[in-house]
Design a protein around this ligand. Structure first.
Ligand SMILES: [Zn+2]
Length: 89
């Protein structure tokens, strides 16, 4: 099971809706990268506070960087998926 706080979904949805409304593309947040953002990493981390602290916040990244962070290709995440039952044999 995976879960994401709805506040994170709301934050990301706001960014996506604003970009859609303006006809803008959201790009990967990893610098330097000009890939189109395809994934939301809800708990992305990066150095903050003068390099001593770690900042954690949602980040939008391209497929390539999502794969680099995961260590493997991102799995398909359909909104709806029906898992086949064992059926009758
Ligand atoms: Zn990228």
């Amino acid at each position: 099971m995976q879960y994401v706080d709805l506040n994170i979904v709301r934050y990301a949805a706001g960014i996506l809706a604003a970009a859609d409304e303006l006809g803008e593309t959201i790009y990967c947040e990893v610098q330097p990268c000009e890939g189109r953002a395809e994934y939301l990493i809800p708990d992305a981390t990066r150095p903050g506070g003068g390099g001593q602290d770690i900042e954690q916040r949602p980040a939008m990244v391209c497929r390539e960087h999502a794969e680099e962070m995961l260590g493997n290709a991102p799995e398909e995440q359909p909104i709806f998926r029906r898992l086949e039952g064992p059926g009758e044999e």
